[in-house]
Every structure is written in C-alpha cells, then in structure tokens.
Ligand binder design. Structure first.
Ligand SMILES: [Cu+2]
Length: 164
C-alpha cells in the first residue's frame, strides 16, 4: 500500500500552503543574500593612493591612485569627497601650445576589466579647502562616487612634494 493512495484531505489544505510560503521565504532570502554579496565584492577598487604634501598656507593638493574594474560593465568616476577638504575635483593635465595645463573633467572612465592610472602629469584628483597642513605619513580618506551610484572608499598616504 503506497502513501499516495491515502493522502488525507488535511494534507492538501495545510501542508501545501505551508510549502508555498516556505518556497517564497527561500526565494526572498536568496535575493537578499545576492544583494549583500554584490555590495561586498564591488567590481571597482582603488589601490596605491597617495596625496602630495600640503604645507601650511597651501589649501590645495593633488591626489593620485590606480583604479581597477573587475566587472563586465564600463564605469566612470563622477565625483568624490575627502575627509580633509571641502571640495574634490576630477582633473586632467594636457599639453596646450607647448604648456602643460590642468582642467576639470566631468568623469574619469574605468573600462570593463580595465585599469585607469591617476598620476602626476595626467588624470588626477584635486582636493580644495584643506583644513590644515598635510605632512608625509598623514592619512587622507576619500570616497569616490561612480556613474551607477556605487561608492569606492579610498585611503591615501601623504607623500613628499614631488615624490612618486
Ligand atoms: Cu589639478
């Protein structure tokens, strides 16, 4: 005698709805876990970040770093804020009429699976309105915002003027 021949009526009325609710809960937990996992393994990361020293009386300095995108979608840095100043701008250096000039840019592209280097003489970040002098060994915290709204935390070390 098999059980299927004797499924009681209460089984249909009670066990099936419970199974349906359980399935829904499992689905929700899976979706939530997926989101959490995504936040932890952000595809865009920064490394080798440093800030040029800013002696007393100098409220502006440059910041340099390497940004890597392990994701499959191209991203761009669109803004940022620093723990030490009131404004952060995205800049590029370009040769114009034989002179190196720097100007703000709206975004810095980080290609899918690629790397962008922000370095002296090229793309870089500028920190304005420094609240106090920044000496070698100091730490500067910056948060970069990407075009999809994700934020990339960066910890930079202050280095000597002209130091690489
Ligand atoms: Cu600049």
């Amino acid at each position: 005698m098999t059980r299927t021949l004797h499924v009681p009526r209460w089984h249909r009325l009670v066990v099936r709805p419970i199974a349906a609710v359980a399935t829904l809960v499992v689905m929700l937990v899976t979706v939530t876990a997926g989101h959490t996992l995504g936040a932890q393994s952000a595809p865009v990361t920064a490394r080798d970040a440093w800030v040029r020293e800013a002696p007393a009386g100098r409220a502006v300095t440059g910041m340099f770093l390497t940004v890597h995108n392990t994701g499959t979608a191209p991203r761009a840095i669109v803004s940022g804020k620093a723990s030490v100043g009131d404004t952060l701008e995205l800049h590029e250096m370009k040769r114009e009429d034989g002179m190196m000039r720097m100007s703000p840019v709206k975004a810095i592209a980080v290609p899918a699976g690629g790397t962008v280097e922000l370095r002296p003489g090229g793309l870089h970040l500028m920190l304005f309105g420094l609240k106090k002098p920044r000496v070698p060994g100091d730490t500067v915290r910056v948060e970069l915002t990407l075009d999809d709204g994700t934020r990339v935390p960066v910890v930079a070390t202050v280095r000597k003027m002209g130091g690489m």
